[in-house]
Design a protein around this ligand. Structure first.
Ligand SMILES: Nc1ncnc2c1ncn2[C@@H]1O[C@H](COP(=O)(O)OP(=O)(O)OP(=O)(O)O)[C@@H](O)[C@H]1O
Ligand SMILES: O=P(O)(O)O[C@H]1[C@H](O)[C@H](O)[C@H](OP(=O)(O)O)[C@@H](OP(=O)(O)O)[C@@H]1O
Length: 293
């Protein structure tokens, strides 16, 4: 375990660590392993400043050196995928039980797959006086795109359909979604895929960020509803951009009065971007819900 160290100087390191107005408290050291893109979007000056004020220091993990030779860390924060990294983390957890790993690989494995990520939500069968939370009906297609039209017909899924890569590993490809207005166009897509029924939801969805006990809900613009008339007049499959990103804030938008108390959870992620607005030293997840009748 790390010794009690006064803020401001680390033993053996001559330079000031620079934590104003904090003395004789232990520094919490967070080792992070993220892609360069995620580091850029996640470790913004605002977050590092918030952390510094709370006596929390972020230190980049060198992926070219043994993890055990680095640190010592109080927390290891990561969003990398792959069997090798998972094994490194599992080995590290065995030799460093005192270190909190966010998130433990076995706790997030099911979120790397767009089929299993929603199973937990479906199994909860959440319902109360405010409404109920479900998941869109969906179908997994692992190979052979030519079989998709018949598979969709046999599954009873209704159009339009949102096609999503089955793997959700944070790569740009894992966010390449398409909207199909007819079954036959689906054979142009590249399995493995999850095919989800499109849920009309008034063009606004909720993103729910949960970090330990802290919960933040934001409204985001989403895909507009598709009417039966539009569906009858439209054919083809169309790739669409990341419509509900941070820039698409709909916090001031009114919800469509025609929709009422039924929520569909479209997807679940972890280690969301908006960490700087929430306490930053517990479990991370972000859940996207749409609100529809
Ligand atoms: N079944 C659905 N019905 C209606 N709209 C959907 C559905 N699934 C996804 N969408 C729309 O597509 C957007 C992206 O969906 P999803 O969150 O599953 O993908 P993502 O790539 O993880 O998104 P993000 O860009 O938030 O990381 C949603 O914000 C919503 O606008
Ligand atoms: O609406 P936000 O900005 O929270 O959307 C996030 C999204 O929920 C995921 O956290 C993405 O992370 P990955 O799944 O690892 O891609 C974020 O992408 P990022 O690459 O910009 O961090 C989205 O911003």
């Amino acid at each position: 375990m790390r010794e009690e160290m006064p803020y401001g100087t680390e033993e053996g390191e001559g330079e000031e660590v620079g934590f104003p107005n904090i003395t004789h408290k232990r520094l919490v050291v967070v080792g992070y392993a993220l892609t360069s893109k995620k580091t850029k979007s996640f470790l913004q000056p605002k977050l590092e400043g918030l952390a510094r004020n709370k006596g929390i220091l972020f230190v980049a993990i060198d992926l070219n050196r043994p993890l055990s030779d680095q640190g010592p860390f109080d927390i290891v924060l990561h969003k990398l995928s792959g069997k090798e990294w998972r094994q490194i983390l599992e080995d590290y957890r065995q030799t460093h039980p005192e270190v909190t790993v966010l998130d433990p690989p076995d706790a997030i494995q099911h979120l790397h797959n767009r089929q299993s990520m929603l199973q937990a939500v479906a199994d909860m069968n959440l319902s109360d006086s405010y409404g109920k939370v479900g998941v869109p009906r969906q179908l997994v297609v692992k190979r052979d795109a030519s079989s998709i039209p018949d598979a969709v017909a046999n599954s009873g899924l209704t159009l339009p359909i949102v096609a999503k890569p089955l793997v959700n590993d944070g790569s740009a490809k894992s966010h390449e979604l398409s909207l199909a207005f007819d079954r036959y166009s689906l054979q142009k897509l590249e399995p493995p895929l999850v095919l989800q029924e499109f849920v009309n939801h008034g063009g606004v969805l909720f993103k729910v960020y949960i970090v330990g006990e802290a919960i933040k809900v934001v409204r985001r613009f989403s895909l507009p509803d598709v009417s039966k008339r539009e569906l009858s007049k439209t054919a083809g499959v169309y790739r669409f951009p990341r419509v509900s990103c941070a820039a698409a804030s709909a916090d001031d938008a009114d919800l469509d009065p025609g929709i009422a108390g039924e929520f569909s959870c479209l997807g679940i992620g972890f280690l969301p971007l908006h960490l700087d607005k929430l306490c930053i030293v517990t479990v991370f997840s972000n859940i996207k819900l749409v609100f529809h009748c």
